[in-house]
Write a new protein. Structure first.
Length: 378
């Protein structure tokens, strides 16, 4: 079946278009047509805004489900359903530092989910456990350690989709990072207390990005640039940012946007189970965490992920950082796709790409979500 999404304000790969219909066949965009093909079923979008579907590289949970607690195809399906209500058409279920057995189970579940076509699953994000105790954040210290060879091979074992691994460069050697990158793993530096030189060596070895810039990493100071300084200094690395008004001050994020080349900063949610759920609390490592005023915190005030959705991240980027809608949308779609090595097929509205879209109104309320040319419902 051929479907034409017509009468929309379209954010194409070249910019805004009001004169085209997006023509979809077999889950792919085949044309941005000025005339609708006669055989197409027309979906009239009534002048609303059509954006590339959002891609979230860091989704710990949603819909009341924490991936660590339910590393199953059912758990992944529930998380994806919760987030697509808010514009996420592609995501990486994210495993917070845990046991080797839990890593193995989670990788197998993601493989299964991709094989069975669970909407939106692009791979897995292993956030730890090869991270710094000094910058562990809410990660349980008992799981944190430097990897052995078998654990590194486990991190490379996903058969379908992409693997993103967050590690601390001081915990994993440049040679090991080089091997991981050579095996196709996307390596990101995070939860790290490393100095600039250590991070620079890791970048040279294959680190591609930085996990939630500014949070849980050594800061930029006058004589010790730290992880933040290395991230801002490197022109090639991508940086994920959590724009919820709680994790990072807006001024710091505006500085980062000015420091990095365009296209190298992407939005992530670091979302926890309350997103898309009625219950504002959840349990992590045996501790009950409650969302108050939009903030997920432990009893001692440690941030424990976020209650952020991608559409709210985009809205905050516009309102708090002064970024225009088209660029905020790219930070939520195009740039994450590029970071994950999926830029040829995802994150853009252009022929040849997957038909992943969201329809929003001028207030950025999500009206429709399309994944692979199929209009999805929560």
């Amino acid at each position: 079946m051929t479907v034409a999404l017509a009468n929309a304000h379209v954010l194409s790969a070249q910019g805004w278009r009001d004169d085209v219909a997006v023509v979809v066949e077999d889950g792919r965009i085949v044309e941005l047509a000025t005339r609708v093909p006669p055989n197409a079923e027309i979906r009239d979008l009534s002048g609303q805004i059509l954006l590339p579907g959002f891609i979230d590289c860091q989704v710990n949970g949603g819909g009341g489900v924490l991936f660590n607690d339910q590393p199953t195809i059912e758990g992944i399906r529930a998380i994806g359903a919760a987030h697509r209500r808010f514009g996420t058409t592609g995501f990486l279920p994210t495993l917070i530092s845990d046991t080797t057995d839990k890593m193995r189970t989670s990788i197998a579940a993601v493989d299964d989910a991709i094989t069975k076509g669970v909407p939106g699953v692009l791979g897995i994000h292993l956030e730890g456990p090869f991270i710094s105790r000094a910058r562990k954040g809410v990660h349980a210290e008992k799981y944190l350690h430097a990897p052995d060879a078998s654990e590194l091979r486990l991190a490379e074992s996903l058969h379908r989709g992409v693997t993103l691994l967050t590690l601390a460069p001081e915990c994993v050697s440049p040679d090991a990072i080089r091997d991981l990158a050579g095996a196709g793993v996307i390596v990101s530096a995070g939860h790290s207390n490393a100095d600039y030189a250590t991070v620079r060596a890791a970048l040279d070895a294959g680190v591609r990005g930085f996990t939630h810039l500014f949070n849980a990493m050594s800061p930029l100071t006058s004589r010790a640039p730290g992880v933040v300084g290395a991230a801002l200094d490197d022109r090639d690395a991508w940086c994920g940012i959590i724009v919820d008004g709680h994790h990072v001050d807006a001024a710091s994020l505006r500085v980062a946007l000015k420091a990095k080349p365009r296209g190298k900063i992407l939005l992530v949610t670091d979302a926890m189970p309350p997103v898309g759920a009625a219950d504002a609390s959840y349990v992590l490592n045996g501790e009950t965490i409650t969302v108050r005023d939009g903030i997920c915190q432990t009893m001692n005030g440690t941030l424990a992920g976020s209650a952020l959705s991608m559409i709210d991240a985009a809205r905050n980027t516009i309102d708090m950082l002064g970024v225009p809608l088209d660029e905020a949308a790219r930070m939520a779609s195009t740039y994450p796709a590029d970071f994950l090595g999926l830029g040829a097929t995802h994150g853009r509205i252009e022929p040849g790409c997957r038909a992943d879209f969201i329809v929003v109104d001028p207030s950025l309320r999500v009206l429709e979500t399309w994944i692979g040319g199929v209009r999805e419902t929560a």
